[in-house]
Unconditional design. Structure first.
Length: 205
């Protein structure tokens, strides 16, 4: 792909680094921005810069936040006795869109995957175990993807808290094995949260 402008080419190169965006799509997006009023492009640039430099991670659940504790964690109407363990921030958004869960979350930041060099200590597991040890949590819901890595992570956490006074459940398998949580439709995901089962039962399946 030949460019008559080095500035345009640089913009396309940067845009094409986004997941799922090839050079043709990147070119289309860049040309769209070029046709918009300069103020709009400036606002977009400023929004991205502010997000990158000012966004924080919640000190309690590791979700994204504008302040030290996210809006979900400080919401007095949420049930702080129940924590839903998820892999990624996108999973929080997916579950929240179902309006079926009113507890709190804990974002691991990934899942155990030796093939990718990701071990337990690369994830937010220690802080989760510490929360459970404090004794204020009644139920832990495992809502990780139905993959080998997801199941391995669930089992590792389960072993870390085994013997503590807490109920462990997992979302119902309305979600196909191998599926990622963020791509599940809202109805299926909502029912999976509501119809969760004891984690011990999932180990025998």
């Amino acid at each position: 792909m030949e460019f008559s402008s080095k500035l345009l080419e640089n913009a396309v190169n940067e845009m094409s680094q986004f997941p799922g965006i090839g050079r043709r799509t990147a070119l289309r997006l860049v040309l769209h921005l070029l046709r918009q009023p300069q103020e709009q492009t400036t606002q977009l640039s400023q929004a991205l810069q502010s997000m990158r430099s000012e966004i924080k991670f919640c000190k309690s659940c590791h979700n994204i936040s504008d302040v030290e504790l996210c809006e979900i964690c400080v919401n007095p109407h949420r049930n702080s006795d129940i924590i839903c363990v998820v892999e990624d921030i996108r999973d929080v958004m997916a579950i929240e869109s179902t309006s079926s869960f009113r507890g709190l979350y804990h974002v691991l930041g990934g899942k155990i995957s030796p093939m990718d060099g990701v071990g337990p200590h690369d994830l937010n597991i220690v802080s989760l175990v510490e929360k459970v040890k404090q004794g204020n949590i009644k139920e832990l819901i495992f809502a990780l993807s139905s993959t080998i890595e997801g199941d391995t992570t669930n089992f590792y956490i389960y072993k870390q808290i085994q013997g503590l006074d807490i109920i462990t459940t997992t979302i119902a398998r309305g979600i196909s094995v191998g599926d990622e949580i963020e791509y599940a439709d809202e109805v299926t995901l909502g029912r999976s949260i509501i119809n969760r089962i004891p984690f011990e039962i999932s180990l025998k399946a």
